[in-house]
Design a protein around this ligand. Structure first.
Ligand code: KG4
Ligand code: ZN
Length: 333
């Protein structure tokens, strides 16, 4: 079974082909970062227009690199949400129209299910059951995962997502969009012990997260410091990153203890963070296995949507009609 997938929920236009027998055959990603950089963030209308322009050449490239023809494809999967609704619609319309013209099924996939299953694209894949820590620009959540579609939410952010906190703090420090990776780069040069930023909601039981207070605390520090020299900026970045990673790690350890699970996957854009990976490698000593997606599939991509679409197709699932069932927000757990 070959599934072609389209991901267009934010500022990456991506197309991939996954084969149930041979694995991932191709994965194309066109990043819109240069387009949005002047605006210090994603401009939804520009994102949608760029998706419309780039989808056709990317589908052609994905088929080409997979060594396939359109007629070899058995189904078309797409991100149905959450995301910028205009951007989601461009990919969903494309996918549904393509599937209709080929008389094959289409499948709408929840973007976060894509992230949750992305570690299955790595050479070393986790067996079920496992704990999932999903850390992206829009979501931070812990879930217990028994199998495909068997997800139980254990905790989530009550305000900003971890990636969002990285992006907003990066902006405060005057770093260019996209802020998360830029802040992580600056943090490498800083002293993480210089500023004692709070570890929100760690002093009480529970598995929920909150990152907006941390961002405010950084704002106060930035104001207090006045004009920031390069060392201070790097120290703030490192201290902030430490607070986020420490919080994510503490809650994950707590969830592992509460569930008794021995495997954890970390996925979503923030799972690319080197300091986070250094923290999580400590779990080895406790007999806990940690899994990540391949680096290229931590952030948004279509390979994870193709994989999720293929698994759901194999279970006999598909869209019921041509109606465009897309969403800007929707829980999948
Ligand atoms: O999963 P993703 O590509 O998109 C969403 O579904 O939101 O995640 C993007 C988020 C952004 O907030 C970005 O700043 C953050 O992931 N991010 C990072 C790093 N790479 C991406 N945050 C910290 N360190 C990184 N290395
Ligand atoms: Zn994402």
């Amino acid at each position: 079974m070959k599934v072609l997938a389209i991901e267009s929920s934010c500022d990456e236009t991506a197309v991939a082909v996954y084969d149930s027998a041979r694995g991932l055959l191709s994965s194309e990603i066109y990043s819109q970062i240069p387009l949005h950089r002047d605006f210090s963030g994603v401009v939804p209308e520009l994102a949608s227009r760029e998706h419309v322009e780039k989808l056709l050449p990317l589908v052609e490239d994905a088929l080409d690199h997979a060594g396939c023809e359109l007629l070899d494809i058995n189904a078309v999967a797409y991100t149905a949400g959450p995301g910028l609704i205009g951007a989601v619609m461009t990919g969903a319309m494309w996918a549904k129209a393509l599937a209709y013209s080929l008389n094959i099924p289409s499948l709408g996939i929840h973007h976060m299910e894509g992230h949750l299953l992305a570690p299955m694209l790595a050479d070393e894949k986790p067996d079920f059951p496992f704990l999932a820590l999903l850390v992206s620009g829009g979501h931070t959540l812990l879930a217990s995962v028994k199998g495909l579609g068997e997800y139980t939410l254990l905790g989530e952010s009550i305000d900003d997502a971890a990636g969002e906190a990285f992006d907003k703090t990066a902006k405060l420090l005057g770093l260019p969009y996209p802020g998360g990776p830029e802040l992580a780069r600056l943090a490498m040069k800083g002293d993480a012990s210089r500023f004692a930023f709070p570890r929100p909601m760690c002093d009480r039981p529970g598995l929920d997260f909150s990152f907006s207070g941390l961002k405010t605390s950084v704002l106060h520090t930035v104001k207090k410091c006045g004009a920031l020299d390069e060392t201070t900026r790097a120290d703030i970045a490192a201290s902030f990153q430490e607070a986020v990673v420490d919080t994510l790690f503490l809650k994950t350890e707590r969830a592992l203890k509460a569930t008794g699970l021995k495997r954890v996957i970390v996925s979503g854009g923030v799972s690319a963070n080197a300091r986070l990976r250094a923290y999580f490698s400590r779990l080895d000593a406790q007999g806990i296995q940690v899994f990540y997606p391949p680096m290229a599939f931590c952030t948004d991509n279509a390979a994870m949507i193709a994989y999720a679409g293929c698994q759901r197709l194999l279970r006999g699932e598909k869209d019921h009609d041509l109606a465009l069932d897309v969403f800007a927000r929707r829980d999948f757990l």
